[in-house]
Write a protein that binds this ligand. Sequence first.
Ligand SMILES: C[S@@+](CC[C@H](N)C(=O)[O-])C[C@H]1O[C@@H](n2cnc3c(N)ncnc32)[C@H](O)[C@@H]1O
Length: 389
Amino acid sequence: MDSTIQAFFAPCPRGLEPVLVDELTGLGAAAVKATAGGVAFRGTLALCYRVNLESRIASRVLLRIAEGAYRDEQDVYDAAYAIRWQDWFTPQQRIKVKVSAHRCPLKSLDFVTLRVKDAVCDRLQYARGKRPSVDTHAPDILIAVYLDGTACTLYLDTSGEPLFKRGWRKSAGEAPIRENLAAGILRLSKWAPDLPLYDPMCGSGTFVVEAALMARRIAPGIGRRFAFEKLLSFAPPTLNDVREELQAAEIDAQSGLIHAADQSAQAITSIRANLALAGLTESVTLQQGDVLHLPPPAEAGLLVTNPPYGHRMGEGDALKTFYPQFGDHLKKHFCGWTIQIFTADMKLPGLLRLAPSRRVPLFNGAIECRLFEFRMVAGSLRKKRADGV
Ligand SMILES: C[S@@+](CC[C@H](N)C(=O)[O-])C[C@H]1O[C@@H](n2cnc3c(N)ncnc32)[C@H](O)[C@@H]1O
């Protein structure tokens, strides 16, 4: 196996960079450095396989193959043409070029995309006598280009389908959050598998499925394929070694610690299907009911949830009466629990009449959200109505 050290970039939902830094460091990455929207790191291709299989927080893993200054489209073409693409893939493979930019002075990103595609095809024509064809739906090779104000960076995407597609989601339910966002929120909440966990408005069950995968030490990507398998550098024995090591590390379910509930029968059907597909039926207890009428499933623990949000679900007025009741329910019955609520509604603490002990800005796609933490200590955190947070 190639032991060359390569540079990588792992994008993630904005706000999760610090927990991704910890995760990548734990997986053995070197030179780990957070930037907005992702984390740069260095390591071997074996590490790249490991991160693809094991990261719960990265959205994908990009292998950096060139970086340079540019002023116009021709500079970007030249940078792309200079790369020995023939070392990475063959002209028989179908490619896709994806350009993203921040403060890029060039007029048309579509034109840049076209120029990079031309450069790759021209270079393969020169080196191998044949041009690859483009396939924007199911490419073998995904080339990612990132332009800032002055520099362009070219990457090979080693993941393919984004890593939050774990393969367990059969049924999406209403407004699910992404798997890597849910996993990152569990990490930010410092949840450990011996602590009872409860999502009383679980929808399709993203939090509890991610928690159950963590508890059983199942690598999130163990059952899926990756784009790096199509690169000429691919070393199947190395991937097999990583897979075997990860499978050997899985442990059995400790039942009775992870709990999910939802008032919707459809959501319960959906989560049941998802748990079955993920092989996690034994790991999560399920209950159908209104959160306001359900008692806590344990004396203390972590309640993590992503409640309905007015704008998204069109229930604005009903929610104005629901949230104060939910706040009262928490105060009355969840003493000793830590509550983590992920929402796009910045007024949520005021509606719950609870004072957050922490608020972490996070992005759900382009939507700015908060993870509000409330520590339910008897009486001490009651929110006074007057200060209207
Ligand atoms: C935004 S969705 C949660 C999505 C979930 N995090 C996921 O990833 O699939 C909110 C969920 O809250 C449920 N819900 C709304 N009001 C409820 C209540 N009073 N009691 C229990 N569940 C409720 C809805 O049925 C819906 O499934």
